[in-house]
Design a protein around this ligand. Structure first.
Ligand code: DX5
Ligand code: ZN
Length: 216
């Protein structure tokens, strides 16, 4: 299991130090939650903040766009240093075109599904995706309770991908901590996002090691 601490839960008054802390704690990547106050009822940060954060670590930046019109901002996020860009299948952008745009900047594309969205909505795009992100909370806020009933979607996605000869990565996001990560690994999740579970832990290295062990 790879662990992607969610930047949303960091202390933004010392963003750079927080990234160095995650790097030393052996995070596999950094998950960055971009919210526009329209697609979700919360506002976080945009490409300029990611650009400022970029020099502090070499870890991949996994940028989760919770915004209504992702296609308008792909270039900005790519130039800011995103390695992976995921956007919602429920957004207003043309999905195939947005995936194409992400790839045109040599960034890895992923689609995200909210809890009420079926796994099958990503199937038409599976050949062009690097990753599918299954939300295990309603997007918008950190610190919510894990929705275990979302996990069957992981197998549905993996099975469909294999049926067309693809091996796709599946990431889960929301409410993942030492109590819930074993369920994610049993369901076949490759990457678990953890915000409060890592950033708010007294010792991030210990928290990540524990998550990896419980999610092995
Ligand atoms: C929720 C975000 C998550 C969130 C996870 O909309 O997409 O990435 O930061 O935080 P925790 O792990 O605290 O649920
Ligand atoms: Zn997220």
């Amino acid at each position: 299991m790879q662990i992607a601490p969610s930047f949303l839960s960091c202390d933004f008054s010392k963003m750079g130090e927080e990234l160095i802390r995650m790097d030393k704690a052996k995070a596999d990547m950094i998950h960055l939650d971009v919210m526009d106050g329209h697609f979700v009822p919360n506002i976080t940060f945009g490409a300029p903040v990611i650009k400022w954060a970029r020099p502090y670590t070499k870890l991949p930046f996994d940028v989760h766009l919770m915004i209504s019109e992702p296609h308008k901002y792909i270039e900005d996020f790519a130039k800011a240093g995103a390695d992976i860009i995921t956007f919602h299948v429920e957004s207003d952008s043309d999905i195939a075109e947005t995936i194409r745009l992400i790839k045109s900047h040599s960034v890895k594309p992923g689609l995200v599904i909210k809890p009420n969205t079926p796994a099958s909505t990503v199937f038409p795009y599976i050949n062009d995706l690097y990753m599918v992100l299954v939300m295990t909370v309603e997007p918008g806020f950190g610190g919510q309770s894990f929705m275990a009933d979302m996990l069957p979607k992981v197998k549905e996605i993996k099975d469909f991908a294999r049926s067309v000869g693809r091996d796709i990565l599946v990431e889960a996001d929301g409410g993942i901590n030492a109590e819930t990560i074993a369920q994610c690994s049993a369901a076949g999740v490759d990457i678990s996002v953890s915000g409060t579970g890592v950033f708010k832990a007294p010792d991030a290295a210990q928290a990540i090691a524990e998550l990896k062990q419980l999610g092995a």
